[in-house]
Design a binder for this molecule. Structure first.
Ligand code: ADP
Ligand code: MG
Length: 310
């Protein structure tokens, strides 16, 4: 349906998107997961035809989108990362304004406005000025605007950043409904792995402009199927203990988490006895040990040596 091939954007000094190839099949929900600065927004701007790529190809059902942006615009709804609304107008007036840009008119426009406001759960508050809305409500109006022309694909750029938990929950549920019940194709970008895990059939993990891994959640975590993660909860932090762990040949990676240390070790390596012995030598008391199957966060850590939220 929608496909990019070696899509690239170079700003003056920096490669923001580095030859990204990605596809969306009809009805799929696809996640683009990456930390801030990974190049997600730049990538989206190019497929939404808001920005010209430096090189590479975007096709829609085989047709060149860069040459003919008009073939994709009617089928695409884009929710930008920054809220783009007129704060002094009411929610209703905002949606109506954008509806006119989409060339909707009269009864059809009115009907559509009410449908999308209902979808985002703000039908009852449509008369209020957008400036009096919470950030989450403003975001929902932005989503309503993107859905107005009934697109086949909705692209959302980090729609839950900086909003209240209630709106966040609402948006996540809505994305699921749009995809599963209405068959809308979704491209969802986020730096929260749990959102992408929950919503998306397939995931692209992006870092420094490049796609570093892609697949279903299970395929991605199977990269680490020979490894497991041990969470150690300790009373105090100790650099020497951390260093000693790193020197163990069967400890592949050591990172800090809120309550202690996180180790990645080969599966079934039975390292726990050694770890406890080391802790005792360093006079560190371990309060709890928790062994987990890997998450997407661990996959990212494994591939980049960094945490997703750094
Ligand atoms: P993300 O959305 O994943 O956080 P962006 O696409 O916003 O990433 O940015 C990717 C990289 O490109 C960043 O390093 C950012 O600083 C840089 N960048 C983004 N927009 C511009 C711009 N208009 N001019 C120069 N550099 C930019
Ligand atoms: Mg962004």
């Amino acid at each position: 349906m929608l496909e990019t091939e070696a899509l690239r954007k170079v700003y003056k000094k920096q490669v923001a998107v580095d030859d990204v190839s990605l596809y969306l099949k009809q009805g799929e929900s696809v996640g683009l997961l990456g930390p801030n600065g990974a190049g997600k927004s730049t990538f989206i701007s190019m497929i939404a035809t808001l920005m010209k790529p430096t090189s590479g190809i975007v096709t829609w059902n085989g047709q060149d989108v860069i040459k003919n942006p008009n073939i994709i615009r009617p089928t695409l709804g884009v929710v930008p990362q920054e809220i783009a609304l007129y704060k002094e107008l009411s929610a209703y007036e905002n949606v109506k304004f954008f509806g006119k840009i989409y060339r909707l008119k009269g009864k059809q426009l009115e009907q559509r406005i009410q449908e999308v406001l209902k979808l985002v759960g703000l039908e009852d508050r449509q008369k209020e000025l957008v400036k009096n809305y919470s950030g989450g409500m403003q975001r929902r109006i932005n989503i309503a605007v993107a859905l107005l022309h009934n697109p086949d694909i909705i692209i959302m750029d980090e729609p839950t950043v900086g909003i209240d938990p209630q709106s966040r929950h609402y948006i996540l549920e809505m994305v699921k409904t749009l995809n599963e019940e209405q068959g809308m194709t979704v491209l969802y970008t986020s730096h929260y792995m749990e959102e992408v895990e929950r919503l998306c059939d397939r995931i692209y993990i992006m870092d420094h402009g490049k796609v570093i891994a892609t697949g279903t959640k299970d395929e991605l975590t199977s990269i680490l199927s020979s490894e497991e993660t041990i969470h150690l909860e300790t009373d105090q932090s100790s650099i020497t203990f951390e260093e000693a762990l790193k020197e163990q040949s069967s400890v592949l990676k050591v990172t800090e988490w809120e309550k202690g240390l996180k180790l990645i070790v080969p599966k079934n390596s039975r390292k726990l006895a050694d770890i406890f012995q080391l802790a005792e030598q360093q006079q560190i008391s371990i309060n709890s040990v928790n062994i987990e199957v890997p998450s997407l966060e661990d996959v990212f850590l494994h591939l980049t040596g960094r945490r997703l939220r750094d």
